[in-house]
Design a binder for this molecule. Structure first.
Ligand SMILES: [Ca+2]
Ligand SMILES: [Ca+2]
Length: 457
């Protein structure tokens, strides 16, 4: 019995190292915690019992006079101390609030009334494992792109020129671009007369069929699509732009594991002609293709931003031509992307590089993750890890869509791809460890786009 009592007593003894939670106002003694920035509202901490006594004695509190009386519900709440909101006005300046707070016995303290954003962003169960989203400060930037009056209002269309997609994937189904004329039209007929039969969700240029689904187990396209645009706040993971986005799938591999540039050309022109705003090409090869360059120019002139993977062959693409990324310096709006580690911010071991021909870097591997990959959607309604400059490019495609959407919906003017490139690169971090790999050592940072006021407010 004694023993058990002593145990209980011991358990209740705070250890020497235990941290006691300290109320900043009660223990440190500074009543006023205002940063001095022009906040429109201030949070006032009030001792309700004190205020009740003051009121009973008909003593006025100068500070609390600025709060409507019915807003202060004395003694109905459990906590004897409550925060109240005061609006700063020409009559109630920060200086006055400071003075009044110091002289008022019922006011325990005043502090900035800070903005906070909903943490519902990234409520997707796999979100916490998507290190690349943390790396680019996706959650912090969410409010800027979606929750302000100047945020994105209409869907931005991203075309993926790739190996296809899992059209049934639960995290992608809601994100598909749909050609309604074909959806509601007749099978075997080119209902919208765009030159392609049954192109409901995109097209398969190799097999010449409307269905762009994967025809091999190479689910490269599904992984990239999820990185850029998986639906947010549902199941699975989230894309860089998880809402206000539609995915057009342009399959240029068909049943093969390799493709030819002619299919890429066709797909680029299809995207430009059928409303894509951003085109991602996470494909690479050795030689130049002037027909592809021509298609690129066509799409850029039609207002499409194009993101391309720098390649995974550890080469300097400013010295040795790599298709199509080495075209990037010639065309503003054609954005070549190298890969960095999402946890370490160092170049991924495989990444191509160039201080002149690579325009930006983004997460493409993660030393701390399974297979050093990034977590995204996979064929068969699954999720899994893959790495590559392909992945980095898809992430920049998502970021380009965010920038494009804000520019288009806040100005109403036609968005110039060169402007999107300028904003993405100027808003990026500059890292000296990346100077040899990327022009300016630039690494994608969505918060940089908001902090540097690159986009219209
Ligand atoms: Ca058609
Ligand atoms: Ca999701």
């Amino acid at each position: 019995m004694l023993i058990s009592i002593s145990f209980v007593a011991l358990a209740c003894q705070p250890k020497a190292s235990t941290t006691v939670a300290v109320d900043p106002f009660q223990y440190i003694g500074h009543k006023v915690r205002l940063s001095g920035v022009q906040a429109k509202t201030i949070s006032v901490l009030v001792d309700d019992a004190c205020l009740r006594q003051m009121r009973a004695a008909k003593i006025n509190s100068r500070l609390l006079e600025s709060i409507p009386t019915n807003k202060i519900q004395l003694s109905v709440r459990k906590s004897p101390i409550q925060s109240h909101r005061i609006e700063v006005s020409p009559q109630t300046t920060q200086l006055q609030i400071k003075e009044w707070a110091n002289e008022d016995p019922c006011v325990i303290g005043v502090a900035d009334n800070q903005k906070a954003t909903t943490q519902a962003y990234g409520s997707d169960p796999l979100y916490s494992k998507q290190s690349h989203l943390y790396n680019i400060h996706s959650a912090e930037a969410h409010d800027f792109f979606f929750d302000r009056p100047t945020g994105i209002k209409k869907d931005v269309i991203i075309a993926f020129i790739d190996s296809g997609i899992d059209l049934q994937h639960q995290d992608l189904r809601s994100q598909l671009w749909v050609n309604n004329d074909e959806l509601n039209g007749d099978p075997g007929i080119d209902d919208d007369k765009n030159g392609f039969i049954d192109d409901v969700y995109g097209y398969n240029f190799v097999s010449d069929i409307g269905d762009p689904s994967h025809q091999t187990i190479n689910d490269h396209g599904t992984h990239l699509t999820g990185l850029a645009a998986a639906a947010i706040n549902n199941i699975g993971g989230a894309g860089v732009i998880g809402q206000k986005v539609k995915i057009m799938t342009l399959n240029v591999f068909g049943k093969n594991w390799e493709t030819e540039t002619v299919y890429i050309d066709q797909a680029i022109r299809y995207a430009a002609d059928n409303g894509a705003n951003v085109i991602n090409i996470s494909i690479g090869g050795r030689g130049p293709s002037e027909t592809t360059a021509s298609a690129i120019v066509y799409a850029l002139k039609k207002g499409c931003v194009i993101t391309v993977a720098a390649g995974n062959t550890k080469q300097d693409i400013g010295e040795d031509f790599y298709f199509p990324a080495s075209y990037a310096p010639q065309y503003s709006g054609l954005i070549s992307v190298a890969a960095v580690d999402a946890s370490l911010n160092t170049p991924c071991a495989f990444t191509n590089f160039s201080s002149s021909a690579v325009k930006i870097a983004a997460p493409g591997c993660d030393a701390a993750a399974i297979k050093s990959g990034l977590l995204s959607t996979r064929l068969g309604d699954k999720y899994g890890y893959k790495s590559g400059t392909s992945q980095a490019s898809a992430i920049v495609a998502g970021a380009a869509a965010l920038v494009y959407g804000v520019m288009r919906d806040s100005s109403g003017a036609m968005v110039q791809p060169a402007e999107v490139e300028r904003i993405l690169t100027n808003g990026s971090d500059s890292r000296s460890a990346l100077f040899r790999y990327v022009s300016g050592g630039r690494k994608l940072n969505l918060m940089g786009l908001t902090h540097k006021h690159l986009l219209a407010n």
